[in-house]
Design a binder for this molecule. Structure first.
Ligand SMILES: [Zn+2]
Length: 223
């Protein structure tokens, strides 16, 4: 886990096998981890969508993978986690039990990223349902801090999506990240950042209750 390989991308995450959280890529990723590269694309009709490319961090570099391979990798990583901790991995639930003894877990680290993780009797080395029944639910982990919405306090910050200035008073979205135990924010224009929180409700955003009616309306229109 301590060996890392250099890798940088404007918008990418790696899946931490110790917590199954998606961590933002910042210059390097641990070898052996799954990497999700995100891209925002504009469709001809002007809509913007987010695409995900799946990669795998190896000693020789971060190489292309597929969602199928990623799921296989997750099976192994989750099994190791479950054996070591005696717990279900976070963000995971049983989605299907098959007559042949296979069990599919649904792993959903975010609202947009969902993976089916298959456990087979072969992989587990015993009856999968029996194995799972001995696990405890994950300890309630500290929740990921929420995104923030607020009118920009100054015109100093640049939008981390488009690079343009965010004008004072304009609504901005704060993307949380934890740096040395403290929550810091990367700011985005509301219209730019919204693609990263698709599926969220306005009330999920910290600060929404303090907005004016007009600002709330603007948020609801875009979200
Ligand atoms: Zn922007």
């Amino acid at each position: 886990m301590s060996d890392r390989i250099e890798y940088d991308a404007k918008w990418a995450y790696w899946i931490d096998p110790r917590s199954f959280r998606m961590r933002r890529v910042k210059g390097s990723v641990p070898i052996g981890t799954i990497v999700l590269l995100k891209k925002q694309e504009s469709l001809d009709d002007g809509r913007r969508i987010v695409t995900t490319t799946y990669l795998f961090a190896t000693e020789d570099g971060v190489i292309p993978s597929t969602k199928r391979e990623v799921s296989k990798n997750l099976s192994r990583q989750m099994l190791e986690y479950m054996r070591n901790r005696g717990e279900y991995p976070p963000f995971t639930e049983i989605s299907k039990v098959f007559a042949n003894g296979n069990v599919d877990l649904l792993y959903h680290p975010t609202g947009y990223d969902r993976f089916t993780v298959r456990l087979t009797p072969d992989l587990v080395g015993e009856d999968v349902e029996m194995f799972l029944s001995q696990l405890t639910e994950p300890e309630i982990e500290e929740k990921e801090p929420p995104w923030v919405i607020e009118p920009a306090k100054s015109s100093r910050a640049r939008c981390r999506s488009c690079g343009e200035k965010i004008v004072k008073g304009e609504l901005r979205l704060g993307e949380p990240s934890i740096y040395e135990g403290h929550v810091t924010y990367r700011w985005h224009h509301l219209k730019c950042g919204v693609y990263k929180i698709r599926g969220s409700k306005p009330t999920d955003l910290k600060g929404y209750d303090s907005l004016t009616e007009e600002q709330k309306h603007e948020t609801e229109q875009i979200l």
